[in-house]
Ligand binder design. Structure first.
Ligand code: UDP
Ligand code: MG
Length: 139
């Protein structure tokens, strides 16, 4: 079983969408094997999104990510990285397919409700960034 890192972002936590998003995840037979609510520091947000540090949207993105609590999750399942990216939908909710999380709940290209790792290598780095081994249930 592969793992991926998911984040329910501040816009979605603020609008009480944790349960609805988790239902969409579980309905795809993806297992939530680690989950906690945290608030990022600016330093954490800047480090987490450092691949985007030269992009025009970087500072705004970091400020948005610290604007309220987030829920970080470890998801498990066959092909879960690709499967969860499909369930999330396109970065811009306006371009996302029906029945995706971002189409259902995203507000804008920035406030797009969820994050998901984009590769096996990044999934490992991102899971290690937020979770210790004992916080991930090994089914
Ligand atoms: N983002 C933004 N403006 C953009 C592109 C991205 O604010 O023009 C934000 C958005 O929240 C996105 C995050 O930066 O989810 C990371 O961007 P990426 O291109 O990695 O998109 P993702 O992998 O999340 O679909
Ligand atoms: Mg990305």
């Amino acid at each position: 079983m592969k793992l991926t890192l998911s984040i329910i972002k501040p816009d979605a936590v603020k609008r009480d969408l944790i349960g609805k998003i988790n239902t969409m995840i579980e309905d795809k037979s993806i297992k939530i094997v680690g989950q906690k609510m945290i608030k990022l520091s600016l330093e954490d947000a800047q480090m987490f999104y450092s691949v985007h540090k030269d992009r025009a949207f970087y500072q705004d993105l970091c400020n948005y990510m610290i604007s309220g609590p987030i829920v970080v999750q470890v998801l498990s399942g066959k092909d879960v990285i690709v499967k969860y990216r499909e369930l999330m939908g396109a970065t811009n909710p306006a371009n996302a397919e029906d029945n995706t999380i971002r189409k259902s709940y995203g507000v804008s290209v920035e406030e797009n409700s969820v994050h998901g790792s984009d590769s096996e290598e990044n999934a490992k780095i991102e899971i290690d960034f937020f979770f210790s081994k004992r916080e991930i249930y090994n089914f």
